[in-house]
Design a binder for this molecule. Structure first.
Ligand SMILES: NCc1[nH]cc(CCC(=O)O)c1CC(=O)O
Length: 332
């Protein structure tokens, strides 16, 4: 309950904003590096990095460099890293078999990280888009993105990641029934400790554009993802997806994108009171970096403010490309 304040001058709210000491005393939320999950892009090769032009400051790294980055992230206090593979066009096939190869980029990166940074949580992405010739998260038959056959492939993909040592599986595909299928497959295969952070309230957003460049899926993508991702106009549907994924065995849930969807974050936290994460996606990152590079906004300040706002909206953590830069600033 919000108390009705007494009338002015008894109530002078500026009294509590007068000094930094008083402001610290009444601050309601905090932001620390422990709030971050850092999404990174993995590419083939050795000891190199390439820039992602639409995401200034973000690079794709080879597996060895990813392992190095994980060590650095952990030292900064970041608890989790999330892997996205950049697969060359020639490795994308109709059957998406690379998705569950034990030696694909993601699975090799998981093992490499575990060797040098065993105490950082490794999160993966489950969806077919990095392996599919058409850029879709599921199999395409005619003009349809088919559900059940895709779920079977996603389960194989998730099991291969669990086998490689993943701590957190992140199904971002938005097929129906994938959380339940994954959960029971994990149980049967002896991976009962592997957690699922489901992309539950995942919207069909134009803010994913730069990410599709980063994973090499933009050129490939035919059509849009409107038949599986949620319409940005819908609130109740987002909440239903969260309820559904929790009922099927998700340990944590995500709202995505982030900044334009803070209303959904707040409502998910209030209604379900489960570990709730938001993804500050590539377009949000690009937008802020672009404005900062032009001198139109203060990059560091807007970055930290945007991240704090996720905490205020009820999030337990944020997937953000800013993670290491923000952690350094927060660590002082
Ligand atoms: N499986 C697809 C996937 N996983 C994460 C993102 C977007 C992340 C970002 O924009 O930063 C996407 C893009 C999409 O759904 O098209």
């Amino acid at each position: 309950m919000t108390q009705t304040p007494p009338p002015f001058p008894a109530f002078r709210p500026r009294r509590l904003r007068r000094s930094s000491a008083l402001r610290e005393m009444v601050r309601e939320n905090t932001l620390t590096p422990a709030d971050f999950i850092w999404p990174v892009f993995v590419m083939a090769g050795e000891d190199s990095e390439t820039a992602v032009p639409s995401m200034p400051g973000v690079v794709r790294r080879t597996v060895d460099r990813i392992a190095q980055a994980a060590v650095e992230a952990r030292a900064l206090g970041i608890p989790a890293i999330c892997l996205f593979p950049y697969t060359a066009l020639e490795q994308r096939t109709e059957d998406c078999a690379e998705a569950w190869s034990p030696d694909n980029l993601t699975n090799r990166a998981i093992r490499a990280i575990k060797e040098v940074a065993p105490d950082i949580a490794v999160m993966t992405d489950i969806a077919l888009d990095p392996y599919n010739i058409n850029g879709h998260d599921g199999y395409v038959e005619g003009d349809e993105i088919v559900n059940d056959r895709t779920v079977e492939a996603l389960v194989k993909m998730g099991l291969a990641q669990a086998e490689a040592g993943a701590d957190i599986l992140g199904p971002s595909d938005m097929m129906d029934g994938r959380i339940g299928a994954l959960r029971s497959a994990l149980e049967s295969a002896g991976h009962s400790h592997v957690t699922i952070l489901s992309y539950a309230a995942k919207y069909a957003s134009a803010f994913y554009g730069p990410f599709r460049d980063a994973v090499g899926a933009s050129a490939a993508l035919k059509g849009d993802k409107n038949t599986y991702q949620i319409n940005p106009a819908n609130r109740a549907e987002g909440l239903r997806m969260v309820a559904r994924d929790l009922a099927e065995g998700a340990d944590m849930v995500m709202v995505k994108p982030g900044m334009p969807y803070l209303d959904i974050c707040r409502e998910v936290k209030d209604r379900f009171d489960v570990p709730t994460f938001a993804y500050q996606v590539s377009g949000e990152y690009a937008m802020m970096q672009g404005a900062a590079a032009n001198g139109w906004i203060d990059g560091d300040k807007t970055m930290l403010e945007s991240l704090m706002c996720f905490k205020r909206a009820g999030c337990d953590g944020i997937l953000t490309y800013f993670a290491p830069v923000a952690a350094k600033l927060l660590n002082g």
